[in-house]
Design a protein around this ligand. Structure first.
Ligand code: 5GP
Length: 206
C-alpha cells in the first residue's frame, strides 16, 4: 500500500520500515477502548501489557503538555498545535478529536502496518474518536470502561492531582457525556476491582 508521508512521519512509526509485510491469511483486528477520563483505561492496559508485552497499543499524538513521568514516543507523541494541524491536513491521523482544550489523535501509519500484518491493535481513545473509528472501521471491536459510580470517578480525577481546577471541570463535564454513550459499545467493563477488570479485558484481548 502506498502512502504519502510527511518528512517526519517516521517519528510515528515504531516499526522497522524496510521489513517486508507478508500478506496474512486474515487482517488484524482493531480494538477501541473508551471510557471517561479517570476511569482507569491507562492503568488497565498498563497492567495487561506488563503480563503480555506482545500486546500492541497505538501511541497517540497530543498537544497536551506531558505530565510528570510521561515520555515522548512512549506515552504520547507530544507535538505543537501547528504540527498537529499539519498532520490533520496531510491525512496522517486515523481519527482525532479535541478534548478538554487539547488535540489528541491516532497516527494512521503504524496502525495500518499492524492490521495488514494480521495483528491486533488497541486504541485507547475518547468518545468522539471512537465514533470516527466506528464509522471508518465498522468491524472494530468497541469496549467501554465504566466507573463504579460518578462520585468515584470524580474522586479519581481529583486524586490524580495532575490537572488544574479548570481542566478537572472540563474533564468532569465531558465524562457525563461519555457515560451516556456507553450503550454504543460492544462490551462494557466496570472498573471496580482492578484485578477483575484486567482479567475481563484479557479474556477479550488475548
Ligand atoms: P489524557 O489527557 O488523560 O491522557 O487523555 C484524555 C483523553 O484523551 C482520554 O480519554 C484518552 O483516552 C483520550 N485520548 C488519548 N489519545 C487519544 C487519541 O489518539 N484520540 C482520541 N480521540 N482520544 C485520545
Amino acid at each position: 500500500m502506498t502512502q504519502t508521508l510527511s518528512p517526519d512521519a517516521a517519528l510515528f512509526s515504531n516499526e522497522a520500515s524496510d521489513e517486508p509485510i507478508a500478506a496474512p491469511a486474515t487482517p488484524g483486528r482493531l480494538v477501541v477502548l473508551t471510557g471517561p477520563s479517570g476511569v482507569g483505561k491507562g492503568t488497565l492496559l498498563h497492567r495487561l501489557r506488563q503480563e503480555h508485552p506482545g500486546l500492541y497499543l497505538s501511541t497517540s499524538a497530543t498537544t497536551r503538555a506531558p505530565r510528570e513521568g510521561e515520555e515522548h514516543g512512549k506515552d504520547y507523541y507530544f507535538v505543537s498545535r501547528e504540527r498537529f494541524e499539519a498532520m490533520i491536513a496531510a491525512g496522517e491521523l486515523l481519527e482525532w478529536a479535541e478534548f478538554a482544550g487539547n488535540y489528541y489523535g491516532t497516527p494512521r501509519q503504524p496502525v495500518t502496518v499492524q492490521i495488514e500484518r494480521g495483528n491486533q491493535v488497541i486504541l485507547e481513545i475518547e468518545l468522539k474518536g471512537a465514533r470516527q473509528v466506528a464509522q471508518s472501521f465498522p468491524a472494530a471491536f468497541k469496549i467501554f470502561i465504566v466507573p463504579p459510580s460518578p462520585e468515584e470517578l470524580e474522586r479519581r480525577i481529583r486524586d490524580r492531582g495532575q490537572d488544574d481546577e479548570a481542566a478537572i471541570t472540563r474533564r468532569l463535564e465531558r465524562s457525563r457525556v461519555e457515560l451516556d454513550a456507553a450503550d454504543e459499545f460492544d462490551l462494557q467493563i466496570v472498573n471496580d476491582n482492578l484485578e477483575q477488570a484486567v482479567a475481563r479485558l484479557a479474556d477479550v484481548l488475548l
